[in-house]
Every structure is written in C-alpha cells, then in structure tokens.
Design a protein around this ligand. Structure first.
Ligand code: SF4
Length: 505
C-alpha cells in the first residue's frame, strides 16, 4: 500500500482457532486494507470505519496484496488532494484487477463531491461511502452487521444547530445544487463513545473529534458543503471516550474538528471548549491535552485562562489565520486583519507564558496585490510564529472564490510562497536557538523515520505530525531502558532551522 496506508496491529486471523458447530474450522475472516488520506479528521473517520469492520468480524491488514477488501478514505480539500485521492484509487484498483482483492470501496470527502463520477468512471469501485454515512461501511464491504437492531435510529444525528449556520444555510452556503452527482442531503453523522474505533496512531496518542462540519463562510473553502453544518459531540461522550482511551494507555489527546473553538455552541454552551478542557485535565492518566484548528475570534479569555491554569493542557495554540491584509481577509469572508491579530496574539502570550503559536496562511488568493502580500509578510515578521504553514491558493470548483476575478498567476503564487517560507525559516532558526540548553518533557516516539541512528520524540511545543522534529542522539542514563510512549526529561543540545536535537537526562 502507499505510505499513507495505516499500519495497524490487526487482530490475528481466526484468533481463537475456533471450529464451527459441525467441527469445521471457521471460514477465514475477511481481510480489510485501509488507505487514509488527508487530515487527522479523516483519519478518525477511518478509525471508526475500521472499528465497525473489526466488530463485525473482519481483520485488518496493512498489505494491499493480502486484502480481500480495500477501502480508500479520500480527501478533497484542494486540487492536489483530489488528484492524490484519484491516483490512490487507481493504484488500489490494480489489486482488484490483477490481485486478490474482491472489493474496492471509496469513502470520504471525494465521495461527497463526485459520488456518481467515481462510480461511473472507475468501474473497479464497488461501493462509495460518504462522510455522513460511516455506518454504511459494513454494507459497502458486504460484511454482515453484528447482532444489534439494524433499524434503531442513531441518537446522535443533529439535534440542534447554531443560528449562524441556520442563517447561512438559508442563504445557500451549504448548497450542492451545482455539484453534478452529489446527493442533496448534507452529512449529519457524528461518532460517539459507544462507536467502535481502532486507533491507527501509536497507542500512547490519540485524536478525539469533538465536532464535525463548519458554519463559517470562508470563500475559498468547500468543507462546509462536504462535511455539513457544524455540530458538536455531546460533552459526556467526549469525556467518556477520553477516559476509556486513558485506561487503555493513551497519554496524549489532541482534540480536532473543523473548528474546535465553536464546540458546544450548537447546544447552547458558552465557552464549551474551555469547559471540556477543564474536565479532560482532571483525567489522571492523561499527560498532554491540546486542541487544533481554532477560529481567530473564538479564542476567549476563559479559554486562555483554562490553558494557562492546567499543566496538562499544552501551552499551544493552532490558529489558522489565512491572511493578514484586511482587504484579502474581507474577500475571504473572514474579516479582521494584522492589527487585530497582533493584539490578540499579544494577549495570548501575556496570559499563557511560553506559548507555542502555530498558524497557516494562503498566498495568492484572487486579487492579492503586491501590497496585500507585503502586509502579510510584515505581519508574519512581527508575529513571530513558532510554526507556520503556507498553502498556495488553487481554484476549487464550488467555492465562491472560484468566481472572483484578478487571479494571481501560479508562478507569482509560488514565488510568494517561497518568500514567506524563507522569512519564516529565519524566524524559526532564531527562535529555536533560544531553546539551546533548556530542559523539556519529551514524549519518546521511537526510531526516527529519517535515520536509523537517531530516535524521535516530541515536546509540548510539537503537535503530532505537523510540527518540526526532535531528534534524540544521547539517551544518557536511559541508554538501555528508553521506551517509546514514555515521557523523559531532556535538554536541547542543537537547534536547526526547524528541528531540535536533545539528550535525555
Ligand atoms: S473555518 Fe476552516 S473549514 Fe470552516 S469554512 Fe473556513 S477554512 Fe473552511
């Protein structure tokens, strides 16, 4: 399978070695292979589908050539993600044409966008499962449902919504009418603590999706049409899931959703994320809790105080700002600008000492002038983010920005991206140097994927997967006992542009 196939500890085949009542060995269970593309939110969907399949008796394999059924969970965020999804489907289709696979199932965002086209143009695809239909994975895979009342309605469909979302819906924000082949119904699914789920992350770290969908009007984004209106998981359900994960050995929880900072607003909760974090911090076996994808104007004083008030809540905020020029932000329908953002960043850093701040920006948005780009550069220089990601704008059919004029030529977009990243590299180098000689807690992760000679780990400053790396080249007193998934004290001995080298203490 491609690199993004999930490496799983699959239950052994026919683990009990059981015989059926006639004394014959049980038939070999169906082997399912999964490829999960895109973001952690999609990964959680894959984990839920894997959980349902295993509960129904399937076993998982990370070898496509051994799978009876292959599921590709696709991403449709931008053009390149769509292309990667299609390429992966075609690659996996080879295992059906020339190999062992009997069924190919395509799931995820690409299905919400191009449901009919996938089935019509890739005949090897046997079934599709949209983002709101995760429970259909069993049917799609041709695996019988376990014995539970098949007709009982899920109690976790949307029960409430946000006024903002309702009003945007009435103005067509979520409409898929122009989307050839898409079904009109928006996804409304949400998993719960009772939903089976198999972690694809290392056993000490897990994502928890606390909300799904998005009500914001960002003109470059079709996620609201793909994922539906914003809806939060029940408070108790999130806590129950976190407690269960902690009992199973998870020490780090990362809360995700399209917009985690709106958590609870759809059922009338104010400062829902702060309340949730506060409660999660009381789970004794958890060591690090963080959330990703904050919306800028939803970072409240209470949220900042909550982060600052608990050791277990990482002093880390990920707030994708997308731009800093008020003009560009207005065309993006996000509002605000550098001045407001700088004030808010100053407040975050004042309330949370040693805050790690991450953001991401889009360069080359339609109409982005030299002056607007310069405003963005000035802002990035002044804000001094610890981590920064840059996306180059690409037209997305179905997004409002598609119809905007004054498109920036792609060569210019690329040059702007490079310029911004060069600037950030200098900022990052400077900031990483200030860490030399300092001590941190380190979550040791195991041998490095880049070199066998080193191990890797993460500090509180490093969210899973997205930030720079921490290499361990000296295990100190732990030379023979260091263990992945354990926490150690470390000292920074080298600082690179983005990465750190540490020794264990
Ligand atoms: S907040 Fe994020 S997911 Fe929601 S519309 Fe804007 S970019 Fe898309």
């Amino acid at each position: 399978m491609p690199d993004n196939s999930l490496t799983l500890e699959a239950p052994a085949e026919n683990p009990s070695g059981a015989n059926d009542t006639a004394g014959r060995p049980d038939p070999a269970p169906t082997k399912v292979g999964f490829v999960s593309l895109g973001c952690p939110k999609n990964l959680v969907d894959s984990e839920v589908m894997m959980g349902m399949l295993v509960e129904a008796g399937a076993v998982l394999t990370n070898r496509a050539d051994q799978a009876d059924i292959i599921v590709v969970n696709t991403c449709s965020f931008i053009d390149s993600a769509q292309q990667e999804s299609v390429n992966t489907i075609l690659e996996m289709a080879q295992h059906k044409t020339n190999g062992k696979a009997r069924k190919l199932v395509v799931a995820g965002c690409l299905v919400e966008r191009y449901r009919n086209q996938i089935q019509q143009q890739i005949p090897e695809v046997d079934a599709v499962v949209g983002t709101g239909e995760l429970e259909h994975i069993l049917q799609a895979a041709g695996i019988e449902l376990p014995s539970r009342p098949a007709t009982s309605p899920s109690p976790f469909r949307i029960l409430s919504s946000r006024a903002e979302g309702d009003s945007r819906e009435s103005r067509g924000r979520f409409s898929r009418e122009d989307w050839d082949g898409a079904i009109a119904d928006l996804p409304d699914y949400l998993y719960t603590d009772a939903t089976p789920r198999i972690l694809a992350t290392p056993g000490y770290s897990a994502y928890i999706k606390i909300a799904e969908g998005c009500d914001h009007p960002c003109t470059f984004c079709i996620i609201p049409q793909l994922r539906g209106k914003f809806r939060s998981r029940r408070f108790e359900s999130v806590i129950a899931e976190a407690e269960r994960l902690a009992r199973r050995g998870v020490r780090e929880i990362t809360l995700i959703g399209q917009d985690t900072t709106c958590y609870g607003e759809d059922f009338g909760l104010q400062d829902g994320l702060a309340l949730l974090l506060d409660k999660l911090a009381q789970i004794s076996d958890l060591r690090w809790i963080r959330f990703l994808y904050a919306y800028p104007n939803k970072i409240t004083p209470r949220l900042l105080d909550t982060i600052a008030g608990h050791d277990k809540i990482c002093s880390y905020i990920d707030v994708p700002l997308q731009h800093a020029s008020p003009g560009a932000l207005k065309r993006m329908k996000r509002g605000a600008g550098a001045e407001i953002f700088l004030r808010s960043i100053e407040k975050m850093r004042r309330i949370i000492p040693n805050l790690t701040l991450r953001s991401s920006f889009i360069v080359g948005f339609p109409g982005e002038t030299e002056k607007e780009f310069a405003e963005l550069c000035d802002f990035v220089r002044e804000a001094e983010f610890d981590w920064l990601g840059t996306f180059t704008y690409s037209d997305q059919e179905g997004a409002h920005a598609h119809s905007l004029h004054d498109k920036v030529p792609s060569r210019e977009i690329e040059q702007r991206r490079r310029k911004l990243m060069q600037m950030q590299k200098r900022i990052s180098r400077r900031k990483k140097k200030t860490l030399l000689g300092k001590e941190f807690d380190l979550l040791l992760e195991g041998p490095s994927s880049e070199t066998e000679l080193l191990w890797e780990g993460r500090t509180e400053m490093h969210a899973p997967e997205i930030d720079g790396k921490v290499f361990v080249n000296d295990f100190g007193p732990h030379e023979n006992t260091a263990h992945p998934g354990e926490f150690y004290r470390c000292e920074v001995t080298e600082a690179k542009d983005y990465d750190l080298v540490v020794k264990l203490l």
